[in-house]
Structures are given as C-alpha cells and as structure tokens.
Design a protein around this ligand. Structure first.
Ligand code: MRU
Length: 351
C-alpha cells in the first residue's frame, strides 16, 4: 500500500496527488516553504492530511532553523506557522495541527537548559509530535470505521463525494475508512464515486485508491447522483468534512450540499465521517466557516486544455456548507452524533 505522507531522514515525503492516477510519484521536501506550497497546490490535500503536512512542515522548518537562542527560534516558529496557516482557509485541521505544534513548542522552550540544549530539544519534540499526529490520525480513522460500519447497509451501493480516503488522511480514510471497515465486517458494498469537478478528486483519487484496494468502484459525474438515487440504486451517501460547526453544519468539497439535499429528497441516509479535529466548536453555525475560492483556471481548464471560451469568467468556491438538518449522523472516533448536534457534539468532546 502507498503512504500518503511520512517523515523520513531526508525530509517530508508525500505522494504527489496532482499526478494521480497516471503516475505514482513521491516528493521529498526539506524546506517548510515547499511544504506550504505542496499544501496550496494540492500535492497533498484532504483536511486530516493537510493537518499532518502542516505539522511536519513546522518540524522541518524548525529542524533547519539557524536560530542561536530561544528568542530567534520563536521568531522563526512564528514565520513558519504563519506561512503554513496561509495556504488553505477552510480545513480547520490545518490550524488545529499548527496549534498543537505551538503548544509543544512553548512547553519545550520553557525548560531551563543552555540555548543549544533547548534548541535541540525543541527540534526533537516537534519532530516527535508531528509523527504522533500522523500515527494518531490512522488510529482515529480505524476507530471511526468501527463506529460507522454498522450504519452502512449490508449490501448495495454507497455514494461518496470527493476523496475522504487514505489519500486525504494519514491512512485508511474517514468516509472511505467506514466503507473499508464495513466491507471488512462482511458487508457487500460497492461505491459510486462522484467525479467531483473541478479538481476530480473522486475520479482521480477515490477511484484510484479503492481500485488498488479491490473495492468495487464506479465513477459517475456529479450530475448523475440524483438520477441514480431516484432509480433506487444508492442505499446511503457518506462524505468527509473540512470543518464542522458546533451545530453540525458541515463544510466539505463543493457539491456535497447538492448530494445531501438529493439524499434527503430521496429518503437516503446522508453520513459525515470526521475526526474531532475537524469540528470547530468555536463556530455557532456553518455561516461562519471561511470558504476557499480557488483559481478559476481549475474550472476553465482540464489538465491544461481550455474547455470554455477564453474571455468568459468562471467561479470556483472549493467548498460548500451542508446544513445540519440534511445530515443523518456524524461519525467520529468517539462515537456517532445525531441531531440535535449542538448537544451530541458537545457530549463527544466532554467524554
Ligand atoms: O480540496 P480538498 O481536496 O482538500 O478537499 C477535500 C475534501 O473536501 C474532503 O472531503 C475532506 O477534506 C475530508 S478528507 C478526509
């Protein structure tokens, strides 16, 4: 199996998701600015994977810092954190991971040693923390799979949108992790992967990783989902999330909202699978979630080929917000939350 991202002696190594499914190419970055650019350009993407990449970006940045004392190291930390934080605004895991690294940084800096010892210790602690965030993410996804598997039908087709799989996380996946766990438990599932225009995460990435795992997958274009639901071909829909507000409103890849409304209209359960690190309890509702607007060239061009007249504008919000009323349940590593989400999500955090 491939590794989405890993820490190596040579630097942060990740599979280049812009080149899949055609080529399986790995890139190794030794400069935090390269890691930031990899996140921005979507060499690595998916909320939990972005968090892991940011943590490793901080660790590699501090590893290569020329700081001679704690004050200089702190100044470097802030520049590194700021550069990584500016890459993508919607997935809250990015900020969650940077904050976790900041806590470790502050803690290890407060020890009383010589400057050289402190700097060495901060380096080691940040590297350990980044590796821990990766290992924990995989374990969290497996736990989510155990909680969510029961919600999947015993047999039939499940629809997913975008890629919430091993490629979008440290490994195993959130939504695809639940599907993997259900299949592991003996359920006879097939997957419809929405193509997911404009970046084609469904056609390129979900189809690639499921096929590699011998899970039956069929690509459909985004506008076919309603038709197949009406025909009775889809038993459930399951997606990941980039940020969930405290009331359950969920930001995920553009087009998720349409899938949720169509599922509701057709009486099909619509599930969100996400770790607690994707839940932003500071936001009262999805109205406050920042939505990334990406380059219109990603809409007007398919693999470099223009698909519309050169002088016509395009819009490209990369995410939309699904109101909580369309969500049947939110599957987390601590269990399954159902409406009213304000209470059920708070209870999960209190566990
Ligand atoms: O723009 P992307 O590819 O980073 O968007 C990814 C998604 O919307 C995923 O569904 C989400 O991050 C959950 S990944 C487990």
């Amino acid at each position: 199996m491939f590794k989405t991202i890993e820490w190596t002696e040579d630097g942060v190594r990740m599979i280049d998701q812009t080149r899949l499914p055609g080529e399986e190419i790995y890139r190794t970055y030794t400069d935090y600015r390269e890691v930031a650019e990899a996140i921005r350009s979507m060499v690595i993407r998916g909320a939990p994977a972005i968090g892991v990449a940011a943590a490793m970006g901080v660790a590699v940045g501090i590893k290569n810092s020329g700081a001679k004392n704690p004050a200089e190291l702190r100044a470097d930390f802030e520049v590194i954190a700021d550069t990584l934080a500016k890459t993508r605004p919607t997935a809250v895991n990015l900020f969650w991971a940077i904050n976790r690294m900041r806590d470790v940084f502050n803690h290890s800096l407060s020890c009383h040693h010589t400057n050289a010892q402190i700097i060495d210790m901060v380096r080691v602690c940040l590297e350990e923390e980044a590796k821990r965030i990766l290992a924990e993410d995989i374990a969290i996804n497996e736990a989510m799979g155990r909680h969510g598997a029961d919600l999947m039908p015993d047999a039939g087709t499940v629809l997913t949108h975008c890629n919430a799989g091993a490629l979008a996380t440290g490994g195993y996946g959130t939504a695809l992790g639940v599907i993997r766990a259900a299949i592991g438990a003996g359920k006879k599932l097939r997957v419809f992967a929405d193509e997911t225009r404009p970046f084609l995460q469904g056609a390129r990435l979900t189809a690639w990783e499921l096929a590699k795992d011998h899970i039956p997958v069929t690509i459909i274009t985004d506008n076919m989902a309603g038709h197949f639901m009406k025909q009775g071909e889809i038993r459930a829909a399951i997606v990941g999330a980039d940020r969930i507000a405290s009331n359950g409103d969920t930001a995920n890849k553009i087009g998720t909202y349409s899938v949720a409304v169509l599922a509701h209209e057709n009486g099909i359960p619509f599930y969100v699978a996400a770790p607690l690190s994707t839940i932003d309890m500071s936001l009262a509702s999805g109205a406050h979630i920042p939505i990334e607007e990406r380059s219109s060239a990603e809409v007007t061009h398919l693999q470099g080929v223009a698909i519309g007249p050169a002088d016509v504008q395009a819009r490209h919000p990369a995410f939309d917000v699904t109101p909580e009323r369309y969500i049947t349940a939110i599957i987390t590593e601590r269990g399954v939350a159902r409406a009213p989400f304000t209470e059920s999500l708070r209870a999960l955090f209190a566990q």
